[in-house]
Every structure is written in C-alpha cells, then in structure tokens.
Write a protein that binds this ligand. Structure first.
Ligand SMILES: *Cc1c(COP(=O)(O)O)cnc(C)c1O
Length: 432
C-alpha cells in the first residue's frame, strides 16, 4: 500500500514557482528521502493530516516546539482570546511580563532574559553580547552542533590540523569564518590546548549541551562540567544553545538536567508553544550589557508580541505541572525499549539513543558521541525506513540525521502501536 500524494505533489509543483526549491526551509524539501514533501492541512494531538487525507502519528512535532502535541486546546483558546485585542503593538504588554516571570521564577540559571522571534536570532544576539561583554572576538563551536543560520556559525572543521574552519554556505565572508574556531566534541585535551594558547582572543564557547541536530550526540555530564570549569579558568563565556533542549528535558533544559550553570542560554522552539519565539538570557551581570541598559544593541519589531507570548505562556504553564517531565520520559522510554528489544532479538545493527522525550534511530551498535561516529552509509537504510513508515502512517523528520520527539499527546497506546509499526519497518528494511 503506497501513499496517495496527488494533492501534495500538485501543491509542491505550484510551490516551486514561488519558492527556491519549493520550500521556505531546506530540510522540508525531502531531499534525503523518497518522494516529495507532504502538505499538512491540520494537526490534532499526536496526529497530522495531509492534503490528500492521509493521517500520521507525528514524531517531528514541527521540529521540536510541540511538546504538548498539535493544537493543544489551552494554547488555542488563550491565543484566540489574546488575538481579540490586537496582534502587535511594539510596546510592552502583560503577556511578555507573564512569560518572563514564569521563566525567571522557575529557572535557576536565568536571572534576566530578552525575547526575540527565532532560535537563530537568539544565538546571533547571545554571541554579540558575549563579544560585547568580554571585549573579545573569537568564538569556539563544535562540529555536529547546529545553531541556526548565523553567518559565523555556518562553519565546519577544516581538514587536518587546521584550527580554523571552512564555511558550509556561500555568502559568508572569510573574515567571519576566521573568527570561529571549530573543535570536536568530547575532546577535552584539544579544548584546553586552544584555551591555553588563545583565550585572550576568545569571547565564548557555544554548544548544544544535548546535540540533537546531527543525530543525538549525547555527551558525558563530566565532559560538560569540565568545559564549564575550563571556561571559568580562562575567562571565556560558556553559552548553552538550548533551542532544542530547553523546556524539553526538564523546565531548566540541559542546564538543569546536568546541573551546570552556563553564562548565557539561548532558547527557542518550545518557548513559543508553536509560535515564533526565541530568547536569550542568563547571568544578570552579563544581561545588563544589552541595550537600553548597556551598549550591546539588540532589537525586534515583533519581539515579545502578545500573541506569541500567550502561546508560550500557555505551553510552559502545562510543562510546569507536577510530573510532566517524568511522565514524558517514562512514555518515551517504554516506546524506545519496545523497539530496542526487537532490534536485539533480531540482531539488527542499530540502537536508539534517548534522553527525556527525544530519541534517535541510530544505525550501528556503537555509542555515538561525535559526528564521526555516524555511519553515513546507513542513510540509504533510513530512506527505505522513512518510506515504509509514511506508507504505514508514521511521520518522522525527512532525514536520518533528525531526532524524533514524543509529545504529551502521544498516549501509551499510540506509542505501543507506533513501536509495532517501526518494528515492522525494521523487519522490512533489514530483510529485504
Ligand atoms: C532549531 C535550532 C536553532 C535555530 O532556531 P530557528 O528558530 O530555526 O532559527 C538554533 N539552535 C538549535 C540548537 C536549534 O535546535
């Protein structure tokens, strides 16, 4: 049984006339899997429905924001109520205060924050702040961490021992790239060497404490704690990019999960409950450098607009309910264990890294900590897996490097059924 994609195919051809590659964000184009993108008409709870009337259990969750599932009634009602009063004023509102308060009151490591409208904007602003605060220019990033489409972060490691990277996009001046040092995750010796030789010129280190944009590259708590220690020792700021992990593995994100205090934290995705919201925040002493209090400029026409703030507040209020995160983790673990026991019983060459409600279907048995550990040859298998799953009503992100997300709306029954379908899909791809 193969999916009827007539409407989606027609709409995708139409979209090609308007948008480069027919999309407004590249991974949506289904370049790494079979077929063309599905046009989604609506979503409800854990389910999405496309323009051909197909339905899917959604494990993509709009790439992370939808920790409550689609169209959660509380978010919907609150947003509609706020909309009655207008969409944006470019002036302070009670809604911004309310979302600010709930975050500052419930996050040990955020004294002050500023709202923006995307994760990319949060990262870009946090880096400017780190540079403004320290008076230094260079930044360290890690191979395998994604931080949005910020110019100076679209960089990968150069070949051999070259310290400076090469850009991963056209249009980025070499001068920007020269300010970025790219290192490997989980290599503390090299990290210390670079700080020891160059900390005079390094403003900050940025990483995803739970790297989840290039597979799920779970790091050791000790490694992260050492990064913190060395940054302090050498006078370099530590930025945790928690656009994915924030409010996902706990209300305090990875910082709380590992109990490590970064100097600045960037947030996005869940913080807006499905609306465009990002934020950066952290130590008061650093945040006070942001204009108008300080001289690091940062602004936004639609920043903290009341509708987006309302969606974020409704979402985070539910996240704060007792046992919310324990329950998320429990359901996700049961789901992952069911698939893993099938993998083990059948001897398939795979495993499933998982943390909180994030999971990743990883090919190979070896623990994966850096991008080098990923077997890129296996992505052909992922393509087959993806096709089978779409045909059988399970929607994963359209690339083997994307993680899956479980939401509050994924009931144990739905997860059990989805796990069965995934097990069947594995039988299909490994026994073909
Ligand atoms: C998604 C993501 C970003 C970019 O956020 P956008 O809202 O897409 O600009 C930055 N950093 C991390 C860790 C992300 O997962």
């Amino acid at each position: 049984m193969s999916l009827n994609r007539d409407q989606s195919s027609r709409l995708y051809s139409e979209a090609q006339q308007y948008f480069p590659g027919g999309v407004n964000s590249p991974v949506r184009a289904f370049k790494s899997v079979y077929g063309s993108p599905l046009f989604i008409r609506n979503g409800h709870g854990a389910m999405i429905y496309d323009e051909d009337g197909n339905q899917f259990v959604d494990f993509c969750g709009s790439w992370g924001p939808l920790i409550l599932g689609h169209n959660h009634p509380v978010i919907k009602d609150e947003v509609i109520r706020t909309i009655e009063n207008g969409l944006s004023f470019g002036a302070p509102t009670v809604h911004g205060n309310a979302l600010g308060k709930i975050i500052v009151d419930n996050h040990r490591f955020i004294d002050k924050l500023r709202f923006v409208s995307s994760g990319t904007e949060a990262v870009m602003s946090a880096i400017r702040l780190a540079r403004g605060y320290t008076g230094k220019n260079k930044i360290i990033k890690f191979e395998g961490c994604y931080h949005g489409h910020v110019d100076s972060l679209l960089v990968k490691a150069g070949s051999g021992l070259a310290t400076f990277g090469v850009s991963t996009s056209l249009g980025i001046p070499k001068g920007f790239i020269d300010e970025t040092i790219v290192l490997q995750l989980n290599d503390l010796a090299r990290f210390e060497e670079v700080l020891a030789s160059s900390s005079d010129s390094i403003a900050c280190v940025i990483l995803e404490p739970i790297p989840a944009n290039n597979g799920l590259l779970l790091q050791d708590n000790n490694y992260l704690a050492w990064l913190r220690l060395l940054c302090d020792q050498y006078g370099v700021l530590l930025i945790f990019d928690e656009v994915i992990s924030g409010f996902r593995v706990g209300f305090e994100g990875a910082s709380g999960y590992y109990n490590i205090q970064p100097d600045l934290i960037t947030m996005g995705k869940i913080i807006g409950g499905g609306m465009p919201v990002g934020a950066f925040g952290g130590k008061a002493e650093i945040m006070k450098k942001i204009s108008p209090e300080g001289d690091v400029y940062q602004a936004g026409t639609l920043s903290a607009n009341p509708v987006a703030m309302t969606a974020g507040l409704a979402c985070l209020n539910i996240c704060l309910q007792p046992d919310f995160y324990q329950d998320q983790e429990k359901r996700t673990k049961t789901f992952v264990r069911k698939i893993e026991s099938h993998i083990d019983a059948q001897g398939y060459d795979m495993h499933i890294p998982q943390i909180g409600s994030i999971f990743w279907l990883a090919f190979g048995k070896k623990r994966i900590v850096t991008p080098d550990d990923i077997n890129s040859d296996s992505m052909g298998l992922f393509k087959e897996l993806h096709r089978y799953l779409l045909d059988h009503g399970v929607y994963l992100g359209p690339s083997g490097y994307e993680v899956g997300f479980v939401s509050m709306s994924h009931t144990p029954q739905l997860l059990e059924r989805s796990a069965e379908i995934i097990c069947n899909a594995l039988d299909h791809i490994f026994k073909r």
